[in-house]
Design a binder for this molecule. Structure first.
Ligand code: FEO
Length: 391
């Protein structure tokens, strides 16, 4: 296998995982993914930036061999998670001269997770530089993209910024570069929603430092390389810093059609009032689509029947997910039908305690929705439209 050029003296030596359909046994991967590793070759030193998932170690080693690499001075571990650092033990075994460069916290995590000997790892400070001879590695500590130990690596002579999970996308493609193709953005948005949105506040804090570098190339460790970084940087500014949009998302389940009738009435009422609305059936196994919708939504309306006194388990899962990924929604409501009683609003409200939202008057009805219940749904749509008008 061969290395693929990124720019002068920098090559891609990663692996494409065309067939993976689930990440962390949690996150759907409808388009596969890639594990990007990069080779930076200076006049006096060679660095490998990240490695690949352990299942693809042989691919990495084959590409390094294809690139004629006989010596690796540094392995830069930007993130200890196994999809990037899982092949480091094998690389170190093959290259006894190599030392790992990582944050102090990453050094500990590499030992905890992968048994990388602490003596083979040198902790690097924020802003520290390592000279490779005509090329420099400058480390930018950036915790929580996506674990607390993460850092980025800047090569000023080439204006290349290696960002690991940040700006990545779960996308298997034979194209090394995104080339400013807006088609990359849905995959990048899905990645942001599923992996990085919980850390929106930290990204907001550090984003200015990253954009201030004025990178010519942003090289993440998943998905294509951004050789025209403006598109991905603009998208992140919008996702991270922008206000929520005039969008109400309605994740719902209906067991005997009553809740479905309520959802359809509410969706229709929203549309009539100029509120964009997305109805999402929680029987869809791709929960990532819901995560993507939550990036922009100002309002979440959970539609649920009552099951054993509480919300349908799929709706409880959606609420729990929203609580974990912390979208910038400002309003939440609950609609649904019950047979004889229950506490769905209390239980769902308790599940979203991390969200800073106003609970807008829920609408619950006994059995089939009657005219008075449908009118209550219209009033809920009125309340949402009024709030969205002030966004
Ligand atoms: Fe792609 Fe957080 O690992």
């Amino acid at each position: 296998m061969h290395a693929r050029p990124v720019t002068e003296s920098i090559e891609w030596v990663g692996a494409i995982d065309w067939d993976r359909r689930l990440f962390d046994e949690l996150i759907p991967l409808p388009d596969g993914t890639s594990y990007n590793a990069y080779l930076v070759r200076g006049a006096s030193g060679t660095a490998l930036i990240d490695s690949v998932d352990p299942a693809f170690t042989e691919v990495l080693l084959s590409r390094l061999a294809g690139a004629g690499v006989s010596r690796i001075d540094y392995v830069v571990a930007q993130h200890a998670e196994q999809d990037h650092s899982g092949s480091i033990p094998r690389v170190l075994a093959e290259h006894p001269e190599a030392r790992v460069l990582a944050t102090e916290k990453c050094r500990t995590m590499l030992s905890d997770l992968l048994d990388v000997p602490a003596g083979r790892v040198r902790a690097v400070r924020d802003g520290e530089r390592v000279d490779l001879g005509g090329l420099t590695l400058e480390f930018v500590h950036f915790p929580w993209v996506h674990w607390p130990e993460t850092m980025l690596t800047w090569v000023p002579e080439r204006r290349v910024l290696f960002t690991c999970d940040l700006f990545g996308s779960h996308l298997a493609t034979s194209c090394t570069f995104a080339g400013g193709d807006p088609g990359i953005l849905p995959g990048a948005k899905r990645y942001y929603a599923e992996i990085l949105m919980p850390f929106r506040g930290v990204i907001e804090k550090h984003l200015g430092r990253v954009t201030g570098l004025d990178a010519a190339v942003i090289a993440p460790s998943h998905g294509p390389v951004h050789d025209e970084p403006k598109a991905i940087l603009d998208a992140y500014r919008d996702w991270v810093l922008g206000p929520p949009r005039n969008l109400a998302v309605v994740p719902y389940v209906s067991m005997h059609d009553s809740t479905r009738r309520m959802v359809e009435r509410f969706v229709e009422a929203c549309a009539l009032r100029g509120v964009r609305v997305e109805q999402f059936s929680l029987t869809d196994p791709d929960i990532g689509k819901l995560a993507m919708l939550l990036v922009d939504a100002a309002t979440i309306v959970l539609g649920t029947p009552t099951v054993l006194g509480g919300p349908h388990p799929n709706v409880a899962y959606a609420a729990h997910l929203a609580n974990l990924i912390r979208p910038k929604a400002r309003y939440v409501s609950v609609i649904g039908s019950y047979g004889w009683g229950g506490k769905v609003v209390e239980q769902l409200s308790a599940m979203i305690s991390a969200l800073k939202v106003e609970i807008v008057q829920p609408v619950l009805c006994k059995g089939l929705p009657r005219p008075a219940d449908l009118e209550a749904l219209d009033r809920l749509a009125d309340a949402i439209a009024e709030r969205h008008a002030a966004l």
